[in-house]
Design a protein around this ligand. Structure first.
Ligand code: 13P
Length: 234
């Protein structure tokens, strides 16, 4: 399974370091999972980790360097040997108003650099409430301009209404959407949205689920390690 932790705007540099070192220690002995941690950019460092633990960034600008106040380019990421990026997250789309065009520019830039891209898609509640067809069409719109054949692409289906709400999508919902996506796109597909210690195993066992992208429950080190433990044999 692919298990990814999105720290969002949580953890300091020192608590991130402790977290990464402890997860690394666990992984040295325990699991076949492919693990990703997306810390805050202020917490990036040169972590010496096992090969199945990867550090990535939650966002970066589509430039090497230049005059883009407040942004981070690929030169700054190179310093920490970062080769993984999360793109299209719903918080960037909806709260920070990142457009599909802007996301596509980032995708193409980091694709050209060979980055592993975890690319997020997912519908808001008002779209889900219309119909399955409408939901799928919304999701295809979020893939507009994206090279879905890119070899280092991982998709993450995160319904907006399930993020941070404590209400995960049902198994039937997850299965229907995942299989719908997989009919057209042959890439690993994660589920995200209120994944917890208690439900992670059941979610990972759903047809069409290749792993999970976790926010809230991943911020507590003990919970994240328990999540790795609960999924290590799937
Ligand atoms: P929660 O796990 O807090 O619902 O967040 C999911 C998410 O947005 C991961 O990217």
């Amino acid at each position: 399974m692919i298990i990814a932790a999105n720290f969002k705007t949580n953890h300091t540099r020192s608590s991130t370091k402790e977290f990464v070192l402890d997860v690394n220690e666990y992984l040295e002995a325990n699991t076949n999972n492919e693990v990703y941690i997306f810390p805050s950019t202020t917490a990036l460092d040169k972590f010496d980790t096992v090969t199945n633990l990867n550090l990535g960034v939650q966002n970066a600008y589509h430039v090497e360097q230049g005059s883009y106040t407040g942004e981070i380019g690929s030169i700054q990421l190179e310093e920490f040997a970062i080769k993984t990026i999360l793109l299209g997250h719903s918080e960037r789309r909806h709260i920070l108003k990142e457009s599909q065009e802007e996301i596509t520019k980032k995708f193409n830039f980091y694709k050209d650099l060979g980055y592993k891209i975890i690319y997020c898609i997912g519908e808001p509640l008002e779209v889900k409430n219309i119909s399955y067809e409408e939901t799928m069409s919304y999701i295809w719109g979020q893939l507009d301009g994206i090279d879905i054949s890119y070899e280092n692409l991982i998709l993450a289906y995160e319904p907006v209404w399930a993020i941070g709400t404590g209400i995960s999508a049902t198994s039937d919902d997850i299965k229907a959407i995942h299989l719908g996506i997989k009919e057209k796109i042959d890439k690993p597909l994660l589920y995200g949205g209120s994944v917890k210690v208690k439900n992670v195993r059941d979610i990972c066992l759903i047809d069409g689920v290749d792993g999970v992208l976790i926010g809230t429950a991943s911020w507590i080190k003990e919970d994240f390690i328990q999540i790795l433990e609960n999924t290590k044999d799937i």
